[in-house]
Design a protein around this ligand. Structure first.
Ligand code: AMP
Length: 121
């Protein structure tokens, strides 16, 4: 894994545009550019940790902030009653592509099952 700045540091620094839906002192929430559900928002801590495991070990309060922001995003997006999914992809097998920990908040429609890789066929 690279230690170079990721895309998400540049979004946090407002060097790359993103559709921000919520911000706190410690977190930023913005819409995923390739949505996998009617609502698909990413929540990142403003301090970089590469994975949720690293974040949990180093700063449990910041992990709590990320989850609290995800819950607030769900409320703002009208998902609280209908339900939603919070996902932290971790590592290659899970398809993590950006190594700045992020929660995916997915909802707004009935979500599919998840698990083993399929090519969609
Ligand atoms: P992951 O595969 O779990 O690492 O998630 C990375 C996510 O970042 C993917 O769902 C991408 O669609 C999303 N993404 C990539 N570039 C951007 C961008 N510029 N703005 C918003 N989301 C992005």
């Amino acid at each position: 894994m690279s230690d170079a700045d990721t895309l998400f540091e540049r979004i946090i620094a407002r060097e790359i545009p993103a559709e921000v839906v919520h911000e706190t002192e410690t977190t930023l929430a913005f819409r995923d550019v390739r949505p996998q559900a009617s609502t698909h928002v990413l929540v990142v801590p403003k301090t970089r940790y590469r994975t949720v495991a690293e974040l949990a070990a180093a700063d449990p309060q910041l992990l709590a902030d990320v989850v609290t922001t995800a819950e607030e995003v769900a409320r703002l997006e009208g998902l609280t009653e209908s339900g939603y999914r919070i996902v932290f992809n971790t590592g290659d097998d899970a398809g993590q592509t950006v190594f700045h920990v992020h929660a995916h908040v997915l909802g707004g429609e009935q979500l599919g099952f998840f698990g083993r890789y399929t090519d969609g066929a």
